[in-house]
Design a protein around this ligand. Structure first.
Ligand code: ADP
Length: 340
């Protein structure tokens, strides 16, 4: 028996933007090497707050990009432009998804190109049973029942919630809710998947489960835009990092962006802890031209260094070591003080 009871006539509100970004008539996308193009996007809130200025970037099909920036940098404002919820004369024509301009007037007709998983899953779960929430979007697209059922099954499986079809979404744990919210977007099979702080407020186990799911989506070649402060997760999840601070202040490979310490500090951001640790190791004489960004990278780096050193790593303390350690750590001092 199917647990799907949502009907296409279920009322929608603006926050259910996942349900209004799709239609079954997706045009061919073969001609575009990039999935998302933002070109000279500007946005000022009605009270005069300038949130976005001349924001431009492109994301290729199959690319996974992390969007980072301090609080108030305009990340949420940008996401709300991607699905047309926010718009103004300064943003007209600025967003293209697979070659089609996002037209805020036709947001209800927009093809199923972009799915946004918002930070708070409670904004996205509102039906009495989880299967209904996951079916809601596809049903609204007019998709046939069999196909809806397949999508619900596949989406719940993808997020590790098979067997949860009849569970009450609001009774799920924080981690389960985050995964459930992701399933409600996956079921629309969007060509671009944008996630706002997917690992925020999760305990370590739930965080790692979510990272594994995102890694799988990345490995499947999905186009991902991940807004996050979780710098330690970025090396696993993203090929590229865009730093937003009202405008794009950096855009490069994950390694390039994390190597620009001055820019990151100016933007109030940090680098992965493992990278900081290897900078300290360097002060102790560890030979390392390319700093690892992840634990896996650190293991590879150590293995190589030990192999090259005939089974040993030589570290030492000389008279400048402590000042070099202080200097390596001092670069990130404001983070430590902020975290106390
Ligand atoms: P982020 O998501 O990076 O923290 P936001 O997009 O939420 O940043 O905010 C960007 C800027 O716009 C901030 O200065 C914020 O105070 C302002 N802002 C956000 N929402 C509104 C609003 N509804 N009205 C006025 N200003 C807003």
């Amino acid at each position: 028996m199917s647990a799907i009871t949502a009907s296409p006539s279920t009322p929608m509100t603006e926050s259910f933007s996942r349900a209004i970004t799709a239609s079954p008539s997706t045009p061919t996308t073969e001609n575009f090497s990039w999935a998302l193009r933002v070109h000279d996007l500007n946005y000022t809130y009605p009270d005069g707050t300038v949130a976005l200025e001349h924001v431009s970037f492109e994301i290729k099909k199959g690319e996974s990009v992390a969007l980072v920036g301090p609080n108030g940098a305009g990340k949420s404002t940008l996401l709300l432009h991607l699905n047309g919820v926010l718009h103004s004369s300064g943003s007209r024509g600025a967003i293209e998804i697979l070659g089609e301009t996002v037209d805020p007037k036709k947001v209800h007709e927009m093809p199923d190109k972009i799915g946004i998983v918002f930070q708070n899953p409670d904004d996205m779960l509102f039906m009495p049973m989880l299967a209904d929430d996951v079916a809601f979007g596809p049903i609204n697209l007019g998709i046939k029942r069999d196909e809806v059922e397949r999508r619900v099954r596949d989406s719940l499986e993808m997020v590790g919630l098979s067997g949860y079809e009849e569970r009450v979404p609001h009774h799920l744990s924080g981690g389960e809710k985050k995964r459930a919210a992701l399933a409600t977007v996956l079921s629309m099979e969007p060509l671009v998947l944008a996630l706002d702080e997917p690992t925020t407020n999760l305990d370590p186990k739930s965080r790692s489960e979510l990272i594994d799911i995102l890694k799988r989506l990345k490995d499947e070649g999905r186009t991902l835009l991940i807004v996050t402060h979780d710098v330690n997760a970025i090396p696993e999840l993203a090929d590229r990092v865009i730093v937003l601070n009202r405008t794009v202040v950096a855009d490069g490979t994950t390694r390039e962006v994390f190597s620009d310490t001055e820019m990151l500090l100016a933007a109030g951001l940090e680098v992965p802890v493992i990278m900081q640790f290897f900078q300290v190791l360097q002060a102790f004489g560890y030979p390392c031209d390319v700093l690892p960004l992840s634990i896996e990278g650190a293991v590879r780096n150590l293995t190589r260094t030990i192999a090259n050193g005939d089974g040993h790593v030589h570290l030492h303390i000389h008279k400048h070591t402590h000042s070099e350690v202080d200097s390596a750590l001092g670069k990130y001092q404001h983070h430590r003080e902020a975290g106390r």
